[in-house]
Design a protein around this ligand. Structure first.
Ligand SMILES: *Cc1c(COP(=O)(O)O)cnc(C)c1O
Length: 404
């Protein structure tokens, strides 16, 4: 991708390469050639923007979209009006707008016994049958119908199917440790899922799609693909965990580049404390550079640098002479500081890249990525991109065109 120039006066932006999302989707289809692919676009498309991410995933061949909340599902349907795509929502609470979801042609999840009555009431209010996926707990112990409740839930679902209120079109579950190769829970969950499918089958349910695989299972566990896979993080170009290698190993590339520019460059004497709490002390007369992004923009405060450990990495400059430095001192709400060293040639206004595409930056392999930030902050790449703040404008690039 050719990154568009960062306009003068723009303190920070996230450039989202929509072609990367489409290409990642194609790669995922290649990993699961016998299954349909649901692109998971919850949490504002993992921070990339739900609707642009959804459209790019559809262009890459996704036939399903998955979201967590009812509000996300309704916004998706409103934004994609007319699109030929199935939408599934899975995290609902009592009182959820089931009638609106059914009217909007959203597939709804029954993940607890209470939901059956509410779905049926919503379907009656909407005047049409609800399309339901039963979510079963196979060992994550989070959402989903408990194994002990499943026979009764399946029996009631079959009765509501017979009376025309709903149609059970899916049975699914979610994996706890698919990103840890060889974890014993994976095989246990697969066995429990097959047992759950037997229970729903015995109740007379004939789902169109059975689905279990998240990104990690889509990439590495073909025996768990069933009829539909549900990748999220891989759609945005990340390997789910360092144990599963780097994106390129799977034909993926990160879609987001987060960049800013130096707001101030100035001299600081040796022995001075830098930023709140003085976690970092200059070891020599030096130059510091101020980057106008902080935890208010989603830069994790845990990636502060100094006595607490190495800070998050930032590529300073573009072209020959670009280099990667670590955050000096605390990440503040709106800003962070870099120690540019005594001989710094940087100037206020120079572009810095916190993570993303190496385009335009020399030594491309060294440009930090969201996994590097996750390592510095003690978290996962998912959280780095998803928490990027609303204050950071997203700019979309596809086929050379830039859209704000
Ligand atoms: C978030 C989520 C996914 C996607 O998980 P990734 O690890 O991002 O691939 C799939 N299914 C369910 C139920 C989820 O909540």
């Amino acid at each position: 991708m050719n990154l568009p120039p960062l306009d003068d006066g723009t303190p920070a932006q996230a450039v989202v390469d929509l072609d990367a999302i489409s290409d990642n989707l194609r790669a995922l289809r290649g990993h699961a050639p016998s299954s349909d692919v649901m692109a998971v676009v919850k949490a504002d498309g993992y921070g990339h923007g739900m609707l642009p991410a959804a459209r790019a995933a559809l262009a890459g061949g996704a036939t399903w979209l998955g979201v967590a909340t009812a509000a996300e599902a309704l916004a998706l349907r409103a934004g994609l009006s007319g699109a030929d795509v199935r939408v599934l929502v899975w995290l609902l609470t009592p009182g959820a707008p089931f009638a609106d979801l059914v009217r909007a042609d959203v597939d709804v999840t029954v993940a607890a016994p209470w939901a059956l009555d509410e779905v049926a009431a919503g379907a009656r209010a909407a005047g049409r049958a609800a399309r339901v996926h039963l979510k079963v707990d196979t060992g994550l112990s989070r959402g989903g119908v408990a194994a002990g409740d499943l026979p009764e839930v399946a029996r009631r679902a079959a009765a509501l199917e017979a009376s025309g209120e709903l149609s059970v079109v899916g049975v699914f579950s979610h994996l706890a440790c698919a990103d840890e190769p060889g974890h014993p829970s994976i095989a246990r969950q697969a066995t429990a899922f097959d047992a759950a499918l037997a229970v729903t089958g015995d109740a007379g349910l004939r789902p169109e799609v059975r689905h279990l695989a998240n990104s990690a299972a889509t990439l590495t566990l073909p025996e768990l693909h069933y009829d539909l896979v549900r990748p999220g993080i891989a759609v945005y170009g990340f390997a789910p965990s360092p144990a599963l290698g780097v994106p390129g190993d799977h034909g993926l590339r990160p879609a987001m580049t987060f960049r800013s520019r130096l707001a101030n460059v100035k001299q600081v004497a040796a022995g001075e404390g830098v930023s709140y709490g003085h976690l970092y002390t200059t070891s020599q007369d030096t130059t510091v550079g101020l980057v106008p992004v902080g935890y208010g923009d989603g830069v994790p405060r845990h990636a502060s640098g100094g006595s607490a450990g190495p800070g998050g990495p930032v590529a300073v400059g573009q072209g020959p002479g670009a280099r990667v430095l670590r955050v000096a001192g605390r990440v503040c709400m709106d800003q962070l500081v870099l120690d540019l060293g005594p001989d710094a040639a940087e100037r206020a206004g120079d572009v810095v890249t916190l993570f993303g595409s190496s385009d335009g930056v020399a030594h491309g392999a060294d440009v930090p990525n969201a996994q590097d930030w996750a390592d510095a902050a003690g978290t996962i790449s998912y959280e780095i991109v998803t928490r990027l703040g609303a204050r950071v404008p997203r700019v979309y690039v596809s086929e050379g065109d830039v859209h704000q």
